[in-house]
Design a protein around this ligand. Sequence first.
Ligand code: SAH
Length: 356
Amino acid sequence: MKPADSPHPDIRNFSLEELENYFVSIGEKPFRAIQIFEWIYQKSAWGFGTMANLPKELRERLAKDFLCGPNAIAEKKISQEGTTKFLFDLSDREKIESVLIPTQTRTTACISTQAGCKFGCRFCASGIGGWSRNLTCAEIVTQVLHVKEEALKHQKPLTNIVFMGTGEPLDNFDNLFKAIKIINSNKGIGIGARHITISTVGLVPKIKELAKQNLQIELAISLHGYDNESRNLLMPVNRKYPFDDLVAACREHFKQTKRQITFEYILIKDVTCTAKAVQSLKKSFQGIVCKMNLIPYNPVSEFDHKTPSREEMLEFRNQLEGAGIHATIRTPRGRDVAAACGQLRHDSQKSDKADG
Ligand code: SAH
């Protein structure tokens, strides 16, 4: 059975208002909802038994009505530089991954929004096994709770959230935004909107919808191609939402929100990291206030790509800067624990097949 259909729902699927309504419906005071939020999202309670300021009968009733426990951890890997990757086993045996990325200045949780991915980008491990389902709001926030707990064990409070794990966040819009409300609320996890980034494959109508909402959330666009043709080859979604429409939607987004967009651009030898790419990007990005995040391709055995040399990547970055596009090369983290998008889940699916 899918978690969303469960007769015994996860309490983390409920917004504060919904919980208030629930408490009123059982003859309780609405402030119980705030107490529950504090226990779960601020004091890291994984059950009702420890919620000392709730009457015993109410705790027992809640334990009968709702789930509130931790995820089963299928795997936890810590890389040399402290990047920690979790593979969680969900109630229907779907596996999802989340990553804790500590740096000097911030502590980031990279969170999945779907089990698998529909979009099949031809460099990404997430799409290889196809798409299973959307994650529920509870499954999204529970990942954050696990990563936050791990970060606090190392005295590093969680500061940032990036929706760059498996799946397409804007393809699970409603659950994502319900989860973001809990993550952002000062009664919930309390992470500021400007510290939350949604990364999208480029779903143009959803980007437009996002701009209308005028939230303070950061937007990152997985660009990866430098024109229509090159993007078609790497990202099948480009046939539905072509390069020029995407760039136009980004221009519009900036006009409406005044928020700078980050573009993610994968560096693949002789494919995306070329002089032709620089010329084309220069033309398309004229006047766009943005940051280009250059991501060295992390090899996935199903694809035939190669990572450029350090010198080639630096040269590409310098040429982009020369063309007026602010660009930085992202330091790869956690390669020793397969921390690139979808790799751990994909590796576990491969070994399940080999075992069975
Ligand atoms: N669907 C969303 C979020 C998931 S992918 C999106 O497309 O943005 C998040 C990022 O993972 C992508 O932008 C891509 O840069 C990165 N990624 C995926 N596979 C990669 C690989 N093999 N090497 C380097 N980065 C990769």
